[in-house]
Design a protein around this ligand. Structure first.
Ligand SMILES: Cc1ncc(C[n+]2csc(CCOP(=O)(O)OP(=O)(O)O)c2C)c(N)n1
Ligand SMILES: CC(=O)[C@@H](O)[C@H](O)COP(=O)(O)O
Ligand SMILES: [Mg+2]
Length: 616
């Protein structure tokens, strides 16, 4: 496909040579290009369509990369990547060795800050603005943050720290599409809705040109009649009280208003807050109509859209959790389910529908989600916190201080444990075994397959204290899942294959690879099930009857399950050689999950090779 304008845009300098009147055409070409490429590669979709006009206007008005542009989460940065020299690589999006799905400093000078976890953009931009001030450099730092990402405490902390810093060249742009992945939630979301509603709008008509006076040419624009300035300069006390000059809300798809407003803001001193209203999925009706479904897509045909519900295929661990949660809720009225803004990703859509009063989406607020669960547990309820391993890192102190120290009965259903594939290192759940097992009172369980996942969730839930069950993105071996919740013997592993000389101690879903390698090596294979409490009795038995122990986990070797075995052997004074296999002490880049595991030597061939290498 050829694009009369886009084909000639490789850098923002090319973009800035266009006439302003040409920008809307460029936006529609860029949308067509994104539809064409993302429908082939898959990846984040609706947010990118919504960010096209803003991306063009920002690179058109500001002198990027000298002016620092920081995207929040960065899942909406594909237009930015196209405009900054990576158009020709978009077909490699999230593929091994290809473009990352989020801004990445090593990938481009225009990617001023690596993101993937939400709500970091204001803090990073503030740091850049303070640095420019200290170094006497004339540049602006611009954070582009979504309404969902604004619900995280970290974003508010940064706003608190930035406001009233009148000498800073800092611009915060709120990209408000009234959506997180699910519809946005919480009081802040309601506040933003008010800013978009007639209530503030009418009130503003009586306000003097407080803001307009600062933006003279906008005054002209406003005189042209309201239809041009879709948004109105509504005094938003929350931001104003924090020391920001609040401007907006304005229409984030009206290029003339965007460019004029940004050009005016460029002349202003001090922290500026621009409220932009966009549509998630803008330009592609199926995505506008269903921004949840089109938040992230697998390859699809543009004219038909995403295929219907996924085929019957093997159930994912997420689905196993979602079904268990509903069954457990039916059996125990004390169960409450909590998600920090990941209802769909964590498999809680059905639970939300069937138990709306016991379902809590706290927004992108992992710290709060954990402490909130602790509060619920204090009152005798039994909270289940459904959370991605990588995002639990945000709530770590709360898990330590509020849950484990008080030995509260909270169950953590940790999804996306291990490598996640296309999202890469920002989203990999590489560390939870390491960061959980060292906490007193914590129990840590790692199911090998879908049935064990269900049984372990039940076992962890019944445990009268903090317990975590961790499972990977995607499906397992496809084994049958027993409906009955029988649970598992607490702290006990099991021998799954008897062999000689070598014993492989597998923790979690790499058991399949362990059994395959065990056939080649004629090794004993144990499914350890519990990282904490560890089955030291079984370890002692294996150490007494084998020459080499091999531990296997989809977690960092450093401090992981293998380290737990090492500590056990040392405590028992058992000097048996131990080979620890797991994720390396380096960042595993994005790509295909299975391929990445093989690259880390965590498939059967890799295990065999490592054992043979150790044997010399
Ligand atoms: C700390 C953290 N928690 C959760 C997520 C998962 N996540 C990615 S995008 C998103 C919603 C973001 O909403 P918003 O900022 O409004 O952007 P939009 O998708 O609407 O453009 C969430 C919850 C994340 N990336 N980081
Ligand atoms: C951008 C973001 O953080 C989420 O959209 C994340 O990419 C979802 O990951 P899954 O696709 O594994 O649910
Ligand atoms: Mg949003």
């Amino acid at each position: 496909m050829t694009y009369s304008l886009l084909d000639h845009i490789d850098t923002p300098a090319d973009l800035r040579r266009l006439e302003r009147e040409q920008l809307p055409q460029l936006a529609s070409e860029l949308r067509a290009f994104l539809l064409d490429t993302i429908s082939q590669t898959g990846g984040h979709f609706a947010s990118n369509l919504g960010a096209v006009d803003l991306s063009i206007a920002l690179h058109y008005v500001f002198n990027t990369p000298e002016d620092r542009l920081v995207w929040d989460v960065g899942h909406q940065s594909y237009p930015h990547k196209v405009l900054t020299g990576r158009k020709g690589q978009m077909h490699t999006m999230r593929k091994h060795g290809g473009l990352a799905g989020f801004p990445k400093r090593e990938e481009s000078q225009y990617d001023t800050f690596g993101v993937g976890h939400s709500s970091t953009s204001i803090g990073a931009a503030l740091g850049m603005a303070e640095a420019a001030l200290l170094k006497g450099e004339k540049r602006r730092a611009i954070a582009v943050i979504g309404d969902g990402s604004m619900t995280a405490g970290q974003a508010i902390e940064a706003l608190f720290n930035a406001g009233h810093r009148d000498e800073l060249d800092l611009l915060v742009i709120l990209n408000d599409n009234e959506m997180s992945i699910s519809p946005n939630v919480g009081a802040f979301n309601n506040y933003l809705a008010k800013l978009l509603s007639g209530k503030f709008y009418n009130g503003f008509r009586d306000v003097s040109g407080k803001v307009l006076d600062r933006l003279p040419s906008l005054k002209e624009l406003a005189k042209k009649g309201e239809e041009h300035v879709k948004g109105f300069f509504t005094p938003a006390s929350f931001f104003e009280e924090l020391g920001f000059n609040y401007i907006g809300p304005i229409d984030g798809h009206d290029m003339d208003t965007l460019v004029t407003t940004l050009a005016n803001i460029k002349e202003l001193k001090g922290p500026q807050f621009l409220h932009v209203v966009t549509k998630k999925g803008q330009g592609y009706k199926l995505a506008v109509d269903d921004p949840v479904k089109y938040h992230a897509v697998t390859p699809f045909t543009p004219c038909d859209g995403m295929a219907g519900s996924k085929g019957a295929g093997k159930p994912t661990f997420t689905q196993i959790f979602g079904d268990w949660l509903c069954d457990m809720a039916a059996a125990d009225p004390k169960l409450v389910g909590i998600t920090p803004a990941m209802r769909e990703g964590s498999g809680m859509v059905r639970f939300h529908a069937e138990y709306p009063k016991r379902y809590f989406d706290v927004g992108i607020a992992e710290q709060h989600a954990v402490t909130f669960a602790a509060g619920l547990a204090c009152e005798g309820l039994k909270p289940v916190v459904a959370i991605y391993s990588t995002f639990l890192q945000r709530g770590y102190d709360q898990l330590v201080h509020d849950v484990a120290l008080q030995n509260l009965d909270v169950t953590f259903a940790i999804d996306r444990a291990g490598l996640v594939g296309a999202d890469g290192p920002t989203h990999a759940g590489s560390f939870d075994l390491s960061y959980l097992r060292c906490i007193p009172n914590m129990a840590v369980l790692a199911p090998a397959d879908e049935n064990e996942c269900r049984q372990m969730l039940y076992t962890a839930y019944q445990h009268p204290g903090p317990a975590a069950v961790r499972y990977p993105r995607g499906s397992g071996m496809g084994i049958a899942v027993e409906k009955a919740m029988t649970g598992l013997a607490w702290g006990k592993g099991e021998i799954r294959r008897s062999g000689t000389r070598i014993a492989i101690l597998s923790f979690g879903t790499l058991l399949g690879a362990a059994l395959e390698a065990g056939e080649t090596l004629d090794a004993t294979v144990a499914n350890m099930r519990f990282v904490k409490p560890l089955d030291c009795e079984l370890i002692r038995q294996l150490a007494a009857s084998h020459d080499l122990l091999v531990t296997l986990e989809e977690n960092a070797v450093m401090g992981g399950a293998g380290s737990a075995v090492l500590e056990c052997l040392a405590a028992c004074g058992l000097p048996i050689p131990l080979l620890q296999l797991g994720l390396p002490d380096s960042w595993v880049e994005h790509g295909d999950q299975k391929q990445l595991l093989a690259d880390c030597g965590l498939d059967a061939a890799g295990i065999v090779a490592s054992v043979k290498k150790r044997q010399g």
